[in-house]
Design a protein around this ligand. Sequence first.
Ligand code: ZN
Length: 246
Amino acid sequence: MIVPPGLPPQVGAAFLTRQGGVSVGPWHGLNLSASTGDDPEAVRANRTRACAGLGIDPERVSMVRQVHGDGVVVADAPVRPGLFTGDLSGWPEGDALLSRGLDVPLLVLAADCVPVLLWRADGSAVAAVHAGWRGIIGGVLEAAVAAIDGPARAAVGPAVGVCHYRVDEALRGRFARDFGPETVVGEALDLALAVKICLERAGIKRSDTHVVGRCTACEPEGFFSHRRDGAPGGRHGAVIWRRSTP
Ligand SMILES: [Zn+2]
């Protein structure tokens, strides 16, 4: 797992890798997604292991059904207690979660899209965001920063890098226009940089955003990558929470 630097003592956060899980086949490792075809029992086992490793209660983990939109789900209390390792499906739709409550772990899934963790500088609120190219254009980061509602810091997790993210000319043009020409490198997009620019526009200084800078497609043992492996495939997680006991 990758723990972002600079967290307040009362905030826990991690970007998980795919290592340490029980799934096999295209999901091999710590697949946390129950919606990409993996055995539900393996997903439950992986989720239980991940929570044990983090020291969090799986009953209280809150997620969203990610749809590449800009919806922020408020989870001051767990949104569906027990669902994470229980029925697995039935989460509210959204691409970001916000919590001001204690011990409500927020978890987003990705396999190339950019997981972004946000926290208020004083530790009084946290957010987790799933940001692919659609969500970045659609304003999910700005929506999450607005929901945080105060001076914030950010960590940008493992995502498909500019080394592996060639896209068509129309999308390159859109990113160059919306986020600046530096987000387009040759025929590829730099999603992490676009995220950083969005966060800056929303009020988080570039120096307050930490970019992990690891490419999911470059590291088959470390991360799932839809670009590299296609479907079906697994998803790794990113999680953040306010601790009741620092
Ligand atoms: Zn790469």
